[in-house]
Design a protein around this ligand. Structure first.
Ligand code: ME8
Length: 692
């Protein structure tokens, strides 16, 4: 199956150095590693890039806080990522840092070329600047002439910045995405990007004055400015491979896959693509946005404080069990929930029971039936023919699913083969043959050979996911040390190996984890405690409705609140909302909004409030109610594919268990868009913005 003419270049996002690596970062990086190893298995030439994103305000602030220079801060944090990937057995070809001198020179050259091509222009901007918040506010946003967040004074600043003419590429980009249906994956993400592009695309501000931010790459044509960190970061995908070639001499760019989380799809699908177009450079072949790892139903992130340390999981259960869990559990593209309990369950059922079991049986029996190694014994039995067919089917099905990026299902196809071996051993009962002495020896050898041959193929297919354990397993079968490409020594073909090496002894690949309840888990059930009943989907309890704002009044006792008089169908409702510093009364009157209809009533400083208005943080930190496009007062809002069983007097805590976010301008619960009977609920806010 060698296909050495084919090349495969894959990238992960480069991670910010203001956070320690967590399971989310580990997932993208492990997924890239697994895909790279599968492509190697298919005989392709591969290049795998990862690294760290080291410029920008956040890094400068983190360094200032720690009392170190930005470079010292970056060195320490970048090392944490690099070390973590080493511990997770990730075989990247290059680890780029945006502070590498080669990268800086590359980005400066790009800026020079964009400038020379007339793709960048300068523009004056005037606004109210808050030193405390390090950002601009519009006149309207100010409260009593002061910064609405910190309450500190603001200064009127006129500032020049540089802009990339991104808007000119809007039509081209829409056509490009339409003409290349597998450019943005999965499908529904592609549609979201197209949805986003239905609104006018602005030009992109690509500079920051050094007077406000010095930690960045100096613009070659305006030395008192640094590059906007996203433009700097995106070009890592090229600077890392500039001048590099695959062994056969073919260039590495363009990338086959940019892997990323859905939080940064717009920057890749819109900024990156238009920048490349402006430079007449080839586009990457695919941009693949995967879902989020959720913990207690919220996205894992430093700000929510719910991160799971990957190293703790790895140390407790082993690198390969951890890798296996992440790849097996998440359907690429969808969100998935992380729990230690689920990890243990997978480890025990798939790895200890299925994968480890067949091997340990063979090794135990081999000691009684053979000299020290397996001997190929031909057989024309029906069960043997079925096993051989199962092996062939597993190879085809697994590799096809990998190609379609359905890794979780690919693993399942391989496991089918391994389970078939276990069933075959049950039927053939070789432990009985072993007791027959020399009379049963040939039969015993045949059973062992056929089982081993099927397992060898299964283990080779699992090698990209669990390289260390599968090397151990293959070595125990006598296949020898296989390095990073098992197929080089042992082809994915029945009868492809002669088992010249001695068998291993006493190998227990995946010992069962005998815990009733892993530490830190609240729920009962799980491993050893029987299957856990599926909890109700938290969003199913929520009742959202469209309401019309009839009147807006100031709250008598709270400066930040409005009292909104609403019509929900025929019903009158009163709701208090903290929108006062964001919107004037006339901007709200007559507007349709979305409310949490079944929220438990609360008395807010003397006013009974029944419900809550949903809002997102838009451009410039402005809080704006979400828009139920085309819907009328009283319409229900539901999430696609989600049961609807609203609960009376929903508490805020219960509502918070169903976090809503904005992706591509649409409000979503997890991946599912919120719809009224007339269309989606929209919000003009950046991807990943929380809606509450
Ligand atoms: O965005 N679930 O860096 P970053 C799954 N520097 N994946 C997750 C995740 C979660 N809960 N949390 C993070 C940046 N990720 C920029 C990128 S690229 C030119 C610049 C993963 O450190 C996922 O891949 O915030 C996501 O896109 C990435 O980490 C964000 O990493």
């Amino acid at each position: 199956m060698s296909d050495s003419e084919k090349t495969f270049y894959i990238t992960t996002p480069i991670y910010y150095v203001n956070d320690a690596p967590h399971i989310g970062h580990s997932y993208t990086t492990i997924l890239s590693d697994v895909l790279t190893r599968f492509h190697k298995l298919a005989g392709e030439q591969t290049f795998f890039l990862t690294g760290t994103d080291e410029h920008g305000q956040k890094v400068q602030q983190a360094a200032d806080k720690a009392g170190v220079s930005p470079q010292e801060h970056c060195d320490a944090y970048s090392k944490r990522f690099k070390d973590a990937w080493g511990e997770l057995n990730i075989g990247f070809d290059k680890f780029i840092r945006t502070t590498d001198p080669e990268h800086i020179a590359y980005v400066q050259d790009i800026f020079r070329r964009l400038w020379d091509k007339g793709r960048i222009y300068e523009k004056e901007y005037e606004g109210w600047y808050s030193v405390g918040e390090e950002r601009f506010f519009t006149e309207k946003e100010l409260v009593d002439g002061k910064d609405p967040i910190s309450g500190r004074p603001v200064e009127k600043i006129r500032e020049k910045n540089y802009f990339f003419k991104m808007s000119e590429y809007q039509e081209w980009l829409i056509r490009y995405i339409e003409d290349h249906p597998d450019f943005i994956l999965p499908d529904f993400r592609r549609n979201e990007v197209l949805g986003f592009l239905r609104q006018p695309l602005n030009d992109l501000c690509i500079s920051r004055p050094k007077s406000r931010l010095a930690w960045g790459i100096t613009l070659p044509f305006a030395t008192e400015y640094v590059a906007y960190v996203w433009v700097d970061a995106l070009f890592n995908y090229q600077s890392a491979v500039a001048g590099k070639k695959f062994p056969d001499g073919s260039p590495i760019w363009p990338a086959d896959y940019h892997l990323l989380g859905k939080d940064i799809l717009t920057t890749h699908a819109v900024y990156w693509t238009t920048l490349l177009k402006a430079l007449d450079m080839p586009q990457p072949r695919h941009i693949l946005a995967h879902g989020w790892w959720l913990f207690d139903n919220a996205r894992m992130s430093k700000t929510t404080g719910n991160v799971v340390a990957p190293m703790a999981m790895k140390d407790k259960y082993g690198v390969d069990a951890f890798r296996y869990f992440l790849i097996r559990e998440m359907v690429v593209g969808q969100d998935a929930s992380f729990s230690e309990e689920a990890l243990v369950q997978r480890l025990n059922s798939d790895l200890a029971n299925d994968v480890g079991n067949g091997l340990s049986r063979i090794l135990k029996l081999a000691a009684t039936g053979l000299e020290s190694r397996l001997t190929p014994v031909p057989s024309d039995g029906e069960e043997e023919a079925a096993l051989k067919k199962a092996a062939g089917d597993a190879v085809t099905a697994t590799l096809e699913k990998v190609k379609a990026l359905k890794l979780s299902f690919a693993i399942e196809d391989t496991l089918q083969l391994i389970r078939a071996v276990n069933r075959y051993l049950e039927v053939k009962a070789p432990w009985k043959l072993a007791k027959e002495g020399p009379a049963g020896k040939d039969k015993l050898n045949s059973v062992l050979y056929h089982s081993a041959e099927a397992l060898r193929i299964g283990f080779s297919l699992l090698h990209p996911v669990m390289p260390a354990k599968m090397e151990e397993a293959l070595t125990a079968l006598g296949v020898g040390v296989v390095g990073s490409n098992p197929v080089a020594l042992s082809p994915l073909k029945w009868g492809g190996y002669d088992y010249a090496k001695p068998l291993g002894q006493g190998v227990n690949l995946f010992p069962r984890v005998e815990t009733e309840k892993p530490a830190g888990q609240k729920s009962a059930g799980g491993p050893g405690g029987g299957p856990k009943p599926a909890p109700a989907d938290p969003f199913s309890l929520v009742h959202l409705k469209v309401a019309r704002i009839e009147e807006v009044e100031d709250h008598p006792n709270a400066d930040s609140l409005y009292v909104l008089r609403l019509k929900v169908g025929e019903e009158d409702r009163t709701v208090c909302a903290g929108l006062k510093k964001h919107l004037a009364k006339e901007e709200l009157r007559g507007r349709n909004v979305v409310m949490v209809y079944n929220l438990k009533p609360a008395n807010l400083r003397g006013v009974e409030s029944k419900g809550m208005i949903l809002a997102a943080e838009g451009e410039g930190g402005k809080v704006i109610p979400v828009m139920p496009e085309g819907a009328v007062s009283g319409d229900d809002i539901k999430a696609a594919d989600t049961p609807f069983e609203p609960k009376a007097d929903l508490t805020l805590k219960e509502f918070d268990k169903a976090p809503l976010t904005v992706q591509a301008g649409i409000v979503r619960y997890r991946d599912r868009q919120l719809n009224s009977p007339k269309g989606p609920v929209r919000a003009q806010a950046p991807d990943g913005t929380a809606v509450r």
